[in-house]
Design a protein around this ligand. Structure first.
Ligand SMILES: Nc1nc2c(ncn2[C@@H]2O[C@H](COP(=O)(O)OP(=O)(O)OP(=O)(O)O)[C@@H](O)[C@H]2O)c(=O)[nH]1
Ligand SMILES: [Mg+2]
Length: 328
């Protein structure tokens, strides 16, 4: 047995036993940029695949500062209190996520961070969205294999990362602020097509009437748009991550959704489609890899781009040139 095989066996055993330290180490392997680690990471995911798929996967989005992390802390703690094991992951491709903001996340999720039945993993360091999302998805599988039965994935409210997270979760929750009337704050068509529930957060103190007003406006707006699923009309609720009001209702809607989509077979279909999409995303990443790693191509690209921009080189000729370099 090589050292690598030995490491793999140790990680597999550790994850199966629900060991969070070894889970964290396995995730580091998944996020590694070293080619030889990739192979071990693939083996790890493949081996653990039979233990995955049973968790409730929830994506949570919303504008910066809307209270995603605080809500995750409240919801997660509510769930661990009921015997669940909760893993929190993040997708943030802009992620020049510094130590500072990771620390900020841990303080926003102070209760969960100290909870033995929770596991928090910040977004992998910057990469392409496809890359970051693929890694998050693999982390999710490892967490499931380690016995976490609820996965909460936080993402910033930008269109592309929202789609990526909706593509890896069963339920997509959009958080909003009580400031009603502000052109229905980013209630963009795209988001409505993804959201399985809208929750107006910070419904506490003086905010309560404004939160209720916002909720009724969102409900009216949703009414005229066609929902994501034929089996589910997205509810609009209010909550407060501070007081905990409405947090249990979030969960009961998630369970209700799960029950209906399971009964209709839609959940199974959704997950199947997600698997296929995931395959394509990984294939694209894989095919693009030589472009990013081939030294000759990398050093030639700026010049080629400049030539194309200046009209000295036709785009089609540039493609030929690059393809020829890659084929060498
Ligand atoms: N009044 C009130 N404030 C809240 C509530 N939830 C969060 N906040 C505050 O809102 C601010 C942002 O909270 P976060 O949980 O960090 O928000 P976020 O959406 O995760 O922010 P980013 O990750 O930076 O996009 C913090 O100061 C929180 O204390 C709430 O329910 N009520
Ligand atoms: Mg946050």
């Amino acid at each position: 047995m090589t050292t690598r095989d030995h490491d793999l066996a140790r990680l597999l055993d550790g994850i199966r036993a629900g060991d969070r330290a070894l889970l964290a180490r396995a995730i580091t392997l998944i996020e590694s940029k070293r080619a030889d680690d990739h192979k071990t990471a693939r083996q790890l995911v493949q081996e653990l695949l039979p233990l995955t798929g049973r968790a409730v996967r929830v994506g949570i989005t919303g504008a910066p500062g809307v209270g995603k992390s605080t809500t995750i802390d409240a919801l997660g703690t509510h769930l661990t209190g009921r015997g669940h094991r909760v893993a929190v992951l993040a997708v943030d491709p802009s992620s020049a996520r510094t130590g500072g903001s990771i620390l900020a996340d841990k303080t926003r999720m102070a209760r969960l961070a100290a909870d033995d039945n929770a596991f928090i993993r910040p977004s992998p360091a910057a990469g392409t969205l496809g890359g970051v999302a693929a890694k998050t998805r693999e982390c999710m599988l490892l967490c499931e294999a380690a016995g976490f039965d609820v996965i909460l994935v936080e993402t910033v409210g930008t269109g592309q990362s929202e789609t990526a997270v909706a593509d890896m979760t069963d339920f997509f929750l959009a958080l909003m602020l009580p400031g009603a009337g502000d052109e229905l704050q980013g209630l963009k068509k795209g988001l409505v097509e993804l959201a399985d529930m809208i929750a107006v957060n910070k419904a506490d103190g003086d905010n309560i009437p404004r939160a209720k007003l916002a909720a009724s406006q969102f409900a009216a707006a949703l009414h005229i748009l066609s929902p994501r699923s034929p089996n589910w009309s997205p509810p609009v609720v209010t909550c407060s991550a501070f007081t905990g009001d409405g947090i249990d209702t979030l969960w009961s809607h998630i369970l209700d959704h799960r029950q209906r989509l399971t009964a209709s077979g839609e959940l199974k279909g959704r997950r199947g489609e997600q698997q296929v999409k995931w395959m394509w995303t990984m294939l694209e990443e894989r095919l693009f890899e030589p472009l990013r790693s081939d030294r000759a191509v990398k050093s030639a690209l700026p010049r080629i781009e400049a030539d194309v921009a200046a009209g000295r080189l036709a785009p089609s000729a540039a493609v030929e040139k690059i393809a020829a370099m890659l084929a060498q």
